[in-house]
Ligand binder design. Structure first.
Ligand code: PEP
Ligand code: MG
Length: 551
């Protein structure tokens, strides 16, 4: 047995084969074809492979989730065979004498553009499907595995580290757990793992050697231990833990349908954090009462180009409709720092966490902001959407955001497009400056949501990405907790509500502190909803104190 010790960043015990993530370059360059007929044959083979892949995906979906979910892949299979598109690809290969992947990419863009320009919202949203199909064909031509994992069975995915943009593009159905050499518990990759309920260990260091690939392993995401080919006794102990895990799950399921309220009647809304439309199923399965943070930037990170207004609208509308009138707080684009998106073509920065990120990008690039706000307001007609702005430091930023919202609402009004005039607008409290001016900010918005991940980073001057900082990155630090209290007091004084959507919201040891502060909402990963509800329902708010705020 080999035992490697790292830091557990997403709970759960799983068993599987270790598989090392291979980075693959899928950029297409124009290459002159030496043999035009050979390029056409390469395209035909890629087309055949795509049809097989899509048919298998449709079959699997039909088995697991019924006919409706299979339709997407069946539509994609039809695009693969579409006569006009195939003809355009073949003509490009013949007339320009270029390689098949370049021809597919060009034709894909041309057809996607045609769809996007259509007046009909349904048809224009198909542009994304065309791009998806073209990307599948290109990947087949380049020999790249769709979803990054070349294995029929789900695996324990091992890597140096994974960028959020890489994690979001992986095929989740193939991942049992993550095990990385580097990384930190506060990085977005770890947050994504918790959101998706996938066990994860980071900081395993160089002991996680490539030659361990293919070996049977157990991940314990609570203790941070990675057991490779464990001995019998260890297997027994791990199996016992697995059984307890299942027992606890069953026990917690009795919490479904129960109210989020303390024994003495203090109500706290328990909402969920999500990163993609797919995460909504976990919210519903865990009975989350709303979505307190939809990290919309993951739509951008999962794409190879700016998502169009229609693509975003479809995503937001799907989430809003699925939540059936429950509040869905969508945070506007929060990229920068560890969330880098190539096509934004951002300048390299010395201090990206302090650089051009989040709301600063949106205010600097009004067209990007406008397209997201239009998509959000259009989707607001289909559910209870609230809009939230990240990384606010000044009152003028909020006013500028509000002006952008007003402009978009006026546009939609003029175009006769439905939207909800009551859409709430809130901001994240995640910088010290927003805490210091919280009273003034509270007069400008409908709600606050505290981003304790960044608030800890900026209050303690401690990089959330750096695993070596260990105990220095301490979200329990009295300075951080006092900052939360200051924001809560300012919110309540102005008569608005305040939630917490940073990882601290799920920290059960702080629930009494948050109850004493009168926090109105806690937004946590879907798997944390029921444990939080169970503890909340056992708590007596009036006996809770603010002792944790003392040094
Ligand atoms: C936070 O900073 O606490 C937060 C919720 O936002 P993110 O983790 O995405 O930066
Ligand atoms: Mg943040």
């Amino acid at each position: 047995m080999v035992l490697l010790q790292g830091k557990g960043v997403s709970k759960g015990v799983v068993k599987g084969q270790l598989y090392f993530f291979k980075r693959q370059d899928n950029t297409v360059t124009k290459r002159i074809a030496e043999d035009v007929e050979a390029e056409k044959a390469r395209f035909a083979a890629a087309q055949e492979a795509a049809t097989l892949q899509l048919t298998a995906l449709a079959d699997r979906c039909r088995e697991e989730a019924g006919d409706e979910s299979a339709i997407l892949f069946e539509t994609h299979a039809m695009f693969v065979e579409d006569e006009d598109m195939v003809e355009a690809i073949i003509s490009l290969i013949e007339e320009e004498g270029c390689c098949a992947e370049y021809a597919v990419e060009q034709a894909g863009e041309q057809f996607a553009g045609m769809f996007a320009a259509m007046d009909d919202a349904y048809m224009s949203a198909r542009a994304a499907d065309v791009r998806d199909v073209a990307r599948r064909l290109v990947n087949n031509l380049l020999g790249i595995t769709q979803g990054g994992i070349d294995s029929d069975e789900p695996v324990i995915l091992a890597a140096d580290d994974l960028a959020p943009s890489e994690t979001i593009q992986l095929d989740k159905s193939k991942i049992l757990a993550f095990a990385t050499r580097g990384g930190s518990g506060n990085s977005h990759t770890a947050i994504l793992a918790r959101t998706m309920g996938i066990p994860a260990i980071c900081g395993l260091g160089d002991a996680l050697k490539d030659e361990l690939g293919g070996r049977l392993a157990y991940v314990d995401g609570e203790t941070g231990s990675l057991y490779i080919e464990p001995d019998e006794l260890t297997v027994l102990a791990l199996k016992e833990k697995l059984d307890k895990q299942e027992e606890l799950k069953a026990l917690l399921s009795s919490m479904k349908g129960q109210e989020d309220v303390t024994l003495d009647g203090q109500k706290v809304n328990v909402y969920c954090n999500i990163g993609s439309v797919e995460d909504v199923s976990a919210v519903i399965a865990n009975d989350g009462q709303g979505i307190g943070l939809f990290r919309s930037e993951f739509l951008y990170l999962a794409a190879n180009d700016y998502p169009t207004e229609d693509e975003q609208f479809e995503a937001y509308k799907t989430v809003a409709a699925a939540m059936n009138g429950k509040r869905v707080i969508i945070r506007t684009l929060d990229i920068g720092a560890d969330k880098q998106v190539d096509y934004f073509d951002m300048k390299k920065e010395e201090n990206p966490a302090l650089g051009v990120r989040a709301i600063r990008i949106c205010l600097n690039r009004p067209e990007v902001f406008r397209s997201q706000l239009r998509a959000l307001y259009r989707a607001s007609a289909y559910g209870k959407i609230a809009i939230m702005f990240p990384m606010i430091t000044s009152v003028w930023e909020v006013r500028e955001c509000r002006r952008a919202c007003q402009k978009v609402m006026a546009e939609l009004e003029k175009e006769g497009i439905p939207y909800s005039k009551d859409t709430e607008i809130g901001i994240m409290i995640e910088t010290p400056s927003s805490v210091f001016i919280a009273e003034e900010l509270a007069r400008e918005v409908d709600f606050f949501s505290v981003g304790t991940n960044d608030l800890t980073q900026y209050t303690l001057a401690c990089d959330r990405q750096c695993n070596d900082l260990g105990k220095f990155y301490d979200p329990h630090h009295p300075a951080v907790l006092r900052a939360v209290k200051m924001a809560a007091d300012a919110a309540h004084k102005a008569g608005i509500w305040i939630g917490i959507c940073g990882e601290l919201g799920a920290d059960l040891s702080l629930l009494p502190t948050f109850l004493a502060m009168g926090i109105d909402e806690l937004s946590v990963s879907p798997s944390s909803v029921l444990p939080l509800r169970a503890m909340l329902r056992k708590s007596i708010a009036k006996t809770c104190t603010l002792d944790m705020l003392k040094c």
